[in-house]
Structures are given as C-alpha cells and as structure tokens.
Design a protein around this ligand. Sequence first.
Ligand code: FES
Length: 289
Amino acid sequence: MSVRRLASEQPSSFAFTPENLAWAQKQLLKFPEGKQASAVIPILWRVQEQEGWVSEPSIRWVGEFLDMPFIRVLEIATFYTMFLLAPVGKKAHIQVCGTTPCMIRGAGRLLNVCRERIHHDPFHISANGDLSWEEVECLGACVNAPMVQIVPDTYEDLTVESFNKLIDDIEAGVPLKPGPQIARHYSAPETGFRVLTTESLYDGSMIGQGAGLAAARDAIAARAAAEAEAAKAAAEAAKAAADPAPAEAPAAPAVKAQAEADKEKVPNIAPQNVPASDPAVRPDAGKKE
Ligand code: FES
C-alpha cells in the first residue's frame, strides 16, 4: 500500500515558467469570482509536468496563487496518486495497482518484476536513473486487471511477459500503446462481443431512420394495452368476489298456495281514476228509472 508523504528532501523554492504562469492565470478566468480554488488540480498537474513531481514549495505556491490554505492543497496532492511527491525515474515512474482484483489476477508477479528490474524498494530510482516504482490502490481499471499506471496513461491486461516488454520499450524509447496489452477492445469482453452484434447498429444505416424508436414505441404501447386489459379483468374478478348477485329465494309451496287463495278474495275494486258515471263502472249509469 502506498504511503503518501512529502519527500524528505525538498527544493528551496518553486516558480512557474513565464509560459506556464500565463497559462495558470488564464485558468482562473474559467471560474466565477471566489471559485478559483476549482483550478487546483489542473494547476498542480501543470506543476508536475514542469518539474516531474510536486514539491512542498510548489504546493505552497499553488495555495497562495489560488488563495487557498496550504493544508487544502496538501490534502489534494497527497490524496491522488497521479501526483508524484518525490523525484522519480527519468523515463517512467510505474505505479502498480495492488488492490484485490488486480492482486487476484497477478499483480503480485508484476511487483516482483519491479523489484527485480528497477529496485527492491518502492520510491527508489533504478541504478541508471531511468525508472522507479510504487504500489498504489485501485486505479479504476479493475475490469482489465492487472494493470499499471505510468502517468498520464494506464497499461492493462498485463502478464509478466507483456510487463517485461513494456519496461524494455520504455528503456528503448519505443512509443507505448496505452490500454489493454492484449487484443481486447477497451473493456469489451476478452472473447469478443456476444450481444449488440447486429451490423446495422454500427454502419450508420439506422441514423435518422427512427426504426429503433418506432419499435420501442410499439413495444411500450403493446405492453401498456396488455397491462390495462389485465387490470380490467382483475378489477372485475375482485368485484364479483366481493359482491355476488343475490339469489332469488324460492317461495315455499305453502306460501305460494296461500298467495293464490288470497288473489281470489280480492274484490273487484273500481279504478280510482275512472269516474263513477263511466258505464264500465256503472252499467246502469245514464238509464232512466
Ligand atoms: S483493483 Fe486494480 S484497477 Fe481496480
């Protein structure tokens, strides 16, 4: 694990070159008044590009330049492993990820290569002055573990053989290829794509056609209709279960017989809305005695 401390030997002062100072002043204009501290990381990065590492005087300088307390800049410089806190190898400082996924995939063997080829201990520069190394925590490329970082790039899917070749190329000044050191495309599956393999997804033929959108809309509408139908059926079933239609009680035979008998006894009462003089009511109405 990496211990992030300032180097024991420090220069007496720091200053940007005129070009870098002009660049830094321009960065401040990108932020609203009072928010200039947001430029701290790019300015620390420019310090490192100029000096090769970030010294204690440079951290103080950045704090004064951005009107930030020294401790705030120190926290940032010591937190991010991309900032190198001590002089490093002239050609490369190799940061080997030693967190679990990389360790499971062989980071321990990469660390042994560093011990054998660069120096037994981290933060020590090789005999020829070209290289140095350290172990760091996860650098966010676990999917391609094991990996190393040589700022500003990462080198992934390493084996002992490919890592040795990487070091050979650094020593020889051969341009490096960042990213996976196998045939993998970025973080795509090592064995090739198994989904989204339709050629038309990538040849531009679907751009502007809206075919995908139309298909998605149709699928959404079909699903909404099916859900509405299912909800309606469920509501009807629930209603039927909660409120069954009352069954007509069958009349007992004795009650039915009594009702028939009562009908016989009902007198033939004249309708109330018919006048008594109506012949239908008084057949003798209108006859003279
Ligand atoms: S564990 Fe090594 S990059 Fe994440």
